[in-house]
Design a binder for this molecule. Structure first.
Ligand SMILES: Nc1nc2c(ncn2[C@@H]2O[C@H](COP(=O)(O)OP(=O)(O)OP(=O)(O)O)[C@@H](O)[C@H]2O)c(=O)[nH]1
Ligand SMILES: [Mg+2]
Length: 360
């Protein structure tokens, strides 16, 4: 899974990126600190995996990961070449989801590129730029397809007609994600930024992490109106916490009245937004968590582990992580009938621990 971080310049995108990936990207108090995109990987924190690894005697723990890309800030007029962000939107087109960072913290020392802290206005500015970028991309594709369709190819003609409708839809100011899905447009849609699920990140002050503030409420309201997800984090605090050992981090957060790190919230929201589940595999060598689309079968899950396992799939032993941990070992869980043998069409549930039987 890959998430692209967007937002105005100087709102804390790189700080958020650092808090998620511990990648140490440059975050400074001036717009356009980020020029070349930062790429980083975040390990998904999961206490369940640690517990499973312990009872399975696994030597190594390999968490699920999420890739992040942090690009230059977008400004009003980006589509017409203003600022820098527009050049890097290609990186966002490859992503599965967008994290839209919105400034919700007051700090007179940190320059705001437009009028001042104004979440609604900021979101609209970014949305407009993303929409215009998509519109330009659809127009380019339409031109290409329409030219090719002159050969009389029925499929190309159909796509050209659909693209015209999509262009009009975007021109009216509606994002691609609310355009009805069609097979003809699948290719075009996969590259459109406004077609991607969006997670708003309200970047608040330390004091507002626990209960939010007026600005973060606006972001939450906006996100609800779109059926999107919103999380509240203090990026600056998170970036500091990310540098601490786990137990110290929790203690520090507890002092501020926060139970989980913003990153944990972020991951949970991303899972809800994208409809994801986690499953575990565990043996002596390693215990591993993997991300899967909700509704996937155990055979598809096997394919995430290895292609051969999907091809030669016979059956899978499946147990809920909690039952395995309570039993104390895989063998004991089996003895207590907590491990079931499932066929290829079994739909994997969040927290399943899976042992695949397959033919090579
Ligand atoms: N007070 C406060 N300052 C913050 C917070 N988050 C980020 N900042 C500061 O805001 C400034 C900009 O942060 P960056 O992470 O570089 O912002 P950016 O969005 O990546 O900026 P560009 O790359 O220039 O577009 C830095 O000085 C940060 O320390 C926060 O939650 N509170
Ligand atoms: Mg930056």
């Amino acid at each position: 899974m890959k998430v692209g971080i967007v937002g105005l310049p100087n709102v804390g995108k790189s700080t958020v990126f650092n808090s998620l990936t511990r990648a140490g990207a440059e975050a400074q108090n001036y717009p356009f600190t980020t020029i070349d995109p930062n790429l980083g990987v975040a390990a998904v924190p999961d206490d369940r995996l640690v517990a499973v690894a312990r009872v399975m005697g696994s030597k190594r723990i390999v968490p699920a990961t999420i890739d992040f890309v942090d690009i230059a800030g977008l400004v009003r007029g980006a589509n017409a070449g203003e600022g820098l962000g527009n050049q890097f939107l290609g990186h966002i087109r490859e992503c599965d989801a967008i994290a839209h960072v919105v400034r919700c913290f007051e700090d007179e020392n940190v320059v705001h590129v437009h009028a001042g802290v104004d979440p609604e206005g900021d979101i609209e500015t970014i949305d407009t730029e993303l929409l215009l970028a998509d519109l330009a991309s659809v127009e380019r594709r339409l031109e290409r397809i329409a030219r090719a369709a002159k050969s009389g190819d029925a499929k190309l003609k159909a796509e050209a007609a659909e693209l015209e409708r999509l262009r009009d839809h975007l021109s009216d100011g509606s994002p691609a994600r609310v355009y009805p899905e069609t097979e003809t447009l699948a290719g075009a849609m996969s590259t459109l930024i406004t077609a991607k699920p969006t997670l708003y990140v309200a970047n608040v002050d330390e004091e507002s992490v626990a209960h939010g503030n007026r600005s973060s409420s606006q972001v939450e309201k906006h996100s609800r109106s779109e059926g999107a997800e919103a999380v509240r984090i203090c990026a600056k605090l998170e970036a500091e916490v990310a540098e601490l050992p786990d137990d110290e981090a929790r203690e520090y957060l507890a002092m501020l009245g926060v139970e989980t790190t913003g990153f944990e919230e972020f991951v949970r929201a991303a899972y809800r937004l994208l409809g994801l589940v986690t499953f575990f595999t565990a043996a002596e060598k390693e215990a591993r968590a993997r991300i899967l689309n909700e509704g996937s079968t155990v055979r598809q899950a096997a394919g995430r582990i290895h292609n051969d396992m999907e091809r030669g799939f016979i059956a899978a032993e499946v147990g809920d992580w909690q039952d395995i941990v309570a039993a104390g070992s895989w063998a004991k869980a089996k003895g207590e009938a907590k491990v079931r043998l499932e066929g290829r069409d079994y739909v994997v549930k969040d927290g399943d621990t899976i042992l695949v039987r397959f033919n090579v």
